[in-house]
Ligand binder design. Structure first.
Ligand code: NI
Length: 491
């Protein structure tokens, strides 16, 4: 269902701009300079024309020494809305003027041009306008392109914010979906800046602005923000389905509310696993001779999906293993505490999912330290490490102070995001005795699959065990730090 369109404000466009600029610089008269700007403004970023679905485009050329503006913005038949749009354009121009012509003459950037184009949408009473600002400076080969995205009320022209449209839960959904798209993209996944998870963390405000269409939510990223400059500015269109349940207009399902109330219940979320829960765990009777399988969930915790999975485990009094990422442990310590309280094995999946084969031993140690601090704050000590992407090498094994665990059955849940496909991939494995099943604790579809999977496995006579239990019961071994427990081990 997910529709994806990447837009790159292409290098060709930049070339046109640069060539256009030299034309301006050499032009003899102001009139010819204005003509040159008009030509550039007409030709640049043509792809926008198809996305100007609200009002009619107005073009304005303001030629001043030493800065110039070539502006394009929509005009509608709504006076209040038009006033808000013009106000937004003035704001963008003012900030450009302040930055290129500050009070200190030595900091001024002479001969700079601001080109402004836009895309616009209307769905019901919500108007979205995303201005793309491109800055060109004479003598510099670097162009900047930034987005300025606004939401307006069609009737009143009032500026709307994300909280007029979405519940808070949409930020986590946006972060998960955008990170997945970027990391799984064969091109962008390789060149993403290392701190992308920090930038895209739900609380960092990066999802506060967006455009809304009848069937999509569009997020915009500036040039140099996530990718090297040669990739230009980015535009990512996600299906509205991704945000189901998060629109203010959606019905609130009763269950997740109960879940969140429940997860808030532990009185000492930072405390150690309570005695009561520990004894509850120890009442599970396991037999080395009976078939056993370990369910594992990576990339969490998520307050919605992980809690839904924990609800199922609690209902059937069974356990699983969670390989949590440190930055999310720091965000949702209460979910991690609940995993431990239910007797599940809680393990590390690194701080922010870097490929450990690309890291030095010092960088790995730094990651281990940061992750350990996040877990310590949640009152839980990770028992094992699962390397992101399952990538490990001699340096990783020599440096990680925990047993290194991968899996033997891959459900591809991150890709299909469909409960039936997840169940199908597990059923297709046949005999699951001794196997470790890889899933991800952040998808609603995975939680949905778990709801069917747990009773199905119990019905088939499997004991659901943690990975450490599997290693000790089936292999008679105590998991050892730095040792790899991988595909062939769990056969
Ligand atoms: Ni992962």
């Amino acid at each position: 269902m997910k529709k994806r369109h990447w837009f790159i404000c292409c290098t060709i466009c930049t070339l046109i701009l640069l060539l256009g600029f030299s034309t301006i610089a050499q032009a003899a008269s102001t009139q010819s300079k204005i003509n040159a700007l008009t030509t550039d403004a007409n030709t640049y970023c043509q792809p926008f024309a198809d996305r100007q679905t609200l009002g009619t485009p107005v073009q304005k050329i303001l030629y001043g020494e030493p800065a110039a503006y070539a502006l394009q913005y929509p005009q509608t038949d709504h006076a209040a809305l038009d006033e808000s749009i013009r106000h937004a354009v003035r704001q963008i121009c003012n900030s450009f003027a302040q930055q290129t012509h500050p009070a200190d003459p030595s900091e001024r950037i002479p001969n700079s041009v601001l080109y402004l184009s836009y895309e616009s949408y209307r769905t019901e009473n919500i108007c979205s306008i995303s201005f793309q600002e491109t800055r060109v400076t004479e003598g510099s080969s670097i162009t900047f392109s930034n987005w300025h995205t606004y939401l307006f009320d069609w009737e009143s022209g009032a500026v709307l914010s994300s909280s007029d449209i979405f519940r808070d839960s949409y930020r986590q959904k946006a972060a998960d979906a955008v990170i997945l798209d970027l990391t799984e993209d064969p091109v962008y996944g390789r060149v993403l800046f290392g701190d992308y998870r920090t930038l895209l963390a739900p609380e960092n405000g990066r999802f506060d602005t967006f455009a809304l269409t009848d069937d999509a939510v569009i997020f915009y990223f500036d040039k140099y923000e996530l990718l090297p400059g040669s990739y230009g500015a980015l535009r990512l269109e996600l299906s509205r389905d991704v945000f189901a349940g998060s629109f203010l207009t959606d019905e609130v399902p009763a269950l997740p509310q109960e879940t969140s109330a429940e997860s808030a219940a532990p009185e000492e979320p930072n405390g150690p696993v309570s005695e009561e829960n520990a004894s509850e765990t120890s009442t599970r009777v396991l037999s080395a001779d009976k078939p056993m399988v370990a369910l594992t969930y990576d990339d969490g915790p998520s307050p919605t999906a992980t809690n839904a999975i924990l609800d199922v485990l609690e209902e059937y009094a069974v356990v699983a293993t969670f390989y949590d990422v440190g930055y999310r442990v720091a965000q949702y310590p209460e979910v991690v505490a609940r995993e431990a309280a239910l007797g599940c094995e809680v393990a590390s999946h690194s701080y922010d999912h870097k490929d450990f084969c690309q890291l030095t031993a010092a960088q790995i140690r730094e990651d281990v330290q940061k992750t350990a601090e996040a877990f310590a704050k949640a009152g839980v000590q990770p028992t094992a490490f699962r390397p992101p992407y399952g990538n490990t090498n001699a340096t990783v094994q020599a440096t990680i102070p925990l047993p290194i665990v991968t899996w033997s059955v891959d459900t591809m849940d991150w890709k299909t995001r469909n409960a039936d496909s997840i169940l199908q991939s597990i059923r297709a494995e046949g005999n699951l005795d001794g196997k470790v099943i890889l899933m991800h604790g952040i998808y609603d579809a995975t939680a949905e699959a778990t709801e069917q999977l747990v009773p199905e496995l119990l019905q088939q006579g499997y004991q659901l065990v943690t990975v450490s239990e599997l290693i000790s019961l089936r292999h008679g071994e105590t998991p050892a730090a730095g040792k790899l427990y991988g595909y062939s081990y769990f056969q």
